[in-house]
Design a protein around this ligand. Structure first.
Ligand SMILES: Cc1cc2nc3c(=O)[nH]c(=O)nc-3n(C[C@H](O)[C@H](O)[C@H](O)COP(=O)(O)O)c2cc1C
Length: 223
């Protein structure tokens, strides 16, 4: 264990100083908190069928591009599917599912869900980690950078009232799907992001208290 004494901190401070000059281009912390906490996963089955303006999707991608990146490798790659091509995407995923699944384990309902999820979406964004040739940055850090980019994208969607959800799994992350996107063997598809306007009221979120996941260390043991 760390040679530190654990400290229980009560978070009841009301007077929080925001370190911001008038000229600093910083947002209001309250809006940031609201945005982060209201971001929800909204799935294709909850979409209302309306199409999102491409301008909003471009804004989401632009913000995704501002994710942190070790060594400035910017390893995120996005493949945007919309309109007529959604059907082909759904069929492709259903076909990959059939190919990668032993015949005894094949569930037609799962194949149908892959198709329907794509068709019901306004846009579907496949996202991948592009491995650098130099391999200077560890792969996990490149994957983490892409996850940060997706969080940016999802938060931007939330700000526009657009629903979305990250979908992973063996079909989406398969070599077959990666190859179909023209990616290289070292690259990794990390998921699909389904986008659409919610037909349902914005869902409430749920998290267990942060206090259960944090340890504070303030004073050295025995001091
Ligand atoms: C790496 C990653 C993969 C995920 N894959 C799936 C998935 O395959 N299917 C799914 O329904 N949700 C997936 N999710 C979304 C989670 O289910 C969702 O974040 C969780 O239920 C919490 O809900 P919230 O996002 O509304 O807070 C994934 C999330 C992450 C971070």
């Amino acid at each position: 264990m760390f040679p530190f004494r654990r400290h229980v901190v009560k978070d009841d401070s009301t007077d929080i100083h925001v370190n911001k000059r008038r000229s600093d281009p910083l947002p209001n912390p309250e809006s940031v908190g609201t945005l982060i906490r209201t971001r929800r996963s909204i799935k294709p089955g909850q979409f209302d069928g309306r199409r999102i303006d491409d301008v909003i999707v471009r804004e989401m991608l632009e913000n995704a591009n501002w994710a942190p990146t070790h060594g400035m490798t910017e390893p995120w790659r996005f493949f945007v599917f919309c309109d007529e091509v959604l059907n082909s995407l759904g069929r492709k995923l259903a076909e990959i599912y059939r190919r990668v699944t032993p015949s005894g384990a094949f569930k037609p309902a799962k194949a149908e869900k892959l198709l329907q999820s794509a068709i019901r979406s306004s846009h579907v964004i496949a996202f991948a980690m592009k491995r650098q040739e130099s391999r200077r940055i560890p792969e996990i850090e490149e994957i983490q950078a892409v996850a940060c980019a997706i969080q940016n994208l999802h938060l931007t969607a939330t700000a526009y009232g657009v629903g979305g959800s990250w979908s992973s799994g063996k079909v989406i992350c398969s070599d077959q799907f990666r190859d179909s996107l023209g990616l290289d063997v070292e690259d990794r598809v990390l998921g699909l992001f389904y986008l659409g306007f919610p037909a349902v009221p914005w869902p409430a979120g749920e998290r267990s208290p942060i206090a259960e996941k944090v340890q504070w260390f303030r004073a050295a043991e025995g001091v």
